[in-house]
Design a protein around this ligand. Structure first.
Ligand code: ZN
Ligand code: FE
Ligand code: FE
Ligand code: ZN
Length: 282
């Protein structure tokens, strides 16, 4: 089996599609399990274009829980959320999320200091920084996220490459430290195909990270980071080939914040089987 555990809805202010639209796209792609993981309220900033506001969280949860019931027997729907890691607001974030029955929480670092570095509106700031220092600080912050013990999945592990601003230093020793912390925390990471749709033109994380993670024994799951129904499970043929090539035979799934690993499909992923209504959309 393969799952898509990372997708957004119109509620976050920069995506198209309701929860049901995303679930139906997943059914059309042939998935048997799907997870919605919209952007949690940021708490460190109030930008309606970047995430739902705190008062929208209860209705988000309700909508996903209703979809779980509605689609039972056709597809398993998981209640996820993509939450930032941001140390100064962490206590508030944890108490907010713990109020709801999430199946998993994706931990994503999108902000360093006061810079939301993956926001296209703020891309000019890359001109003012030392890229090597920036990568090191980012990887260190992702490690802190893992060590906080709150999250289940490392979101887009090398998001810093999104705009194709690359570090010159060897990142492997830092990835190793990070992955050892991820393993100790009992977490997995996601192979996220959205990187293919940004200037990086590469899946998150890079192949060397995936191979190292497989060697260390860190489980993996999958996310398209779809912000519209058309992108659900997009490029999962490439994601599956990468993961299989690194030696993985299982995908991590979650229910009630508990991980269980299930075998990956042997053949091509579902979106390559040529469903009549979706054929050739890539
Ligand atoms: Zn988004
Ligand atoms: Fe993200
Ligand atoms: Fe996302
Ligand atoms: Zn994301």
């Amino acid at each position: 089996m393969i799952v898509d555990y990372h997708m957004h809805t119109a509620r976050c202010g920069h995506a198209d599609g309701s929860v049901e639209d995303m679930v139906e796209a997943a059914i059309d792609k042939g998935l048997r399990q799907v997870g919605i993981a919209d952007h949690a309220p940021m708490l460190y900033a109030d930008v309606p274009m970047l995430a739902m506001s705190p008062d929208e969280l209860p209705s988000y949860v309700d909508e996903v829980l209703q979809a779980k019931e509605k689609y039972r027997g056709r597809i398993e729907v998981r209640l996820g959320i993509e939450a930032d890691y941001h140390a100064p607001t962490q206590g508030e974030r944890v108490s907010m999320i713990e109020l709801y029955p999430f199946d998993y929480v994706i931990g994503s670092v999108h902000v360093l200091g006061d810079w939301i570095f993956d926001n296209p509106a703020d891309v000019g700031r890359y001109e003012d920084i030392d890229l090597d220092d920036f990568y090191v600080e980012y990887i260190h912050t992702v490690r802190e996220m893992a060590e906080s013990g709150f999250y289940n999945i490392v979101g887009h592990p090398d998001l810093v490459k999104k705009f194709d601003k690359r570090a010159a230093i060897n990142l492997i020793p830092r990835y190793r430290e990070l992955l050892e912390a991820v393993k100790r925390a009992g977490m997995c990471y996601e192979v996220n195909t959205a990187g293919l749709r940004w200037p990086a033109r590469e899946i998150y994380p890079e192949p060397a990270f995936v191979h190292l993670a497989a060697e260390i024994g860190v489980p993996v799951t999958f996310g398209s980071d779809a912000h519209c129904p058309e992108d659900v499970a997009r490029d999962f043929d490439q994601a599956l080939a990468l993961v299989r090539g690194a030696g993985y035979r299982e995908v991590a799934t979650f229910q009630g914040r508990i991980m269980s690993c299930v075998p990956l499909p042997e053949g091509q992923p579902p979106d390559e089987h040529g469903h009549d209504d979706q054929g050739g959309d890539e």
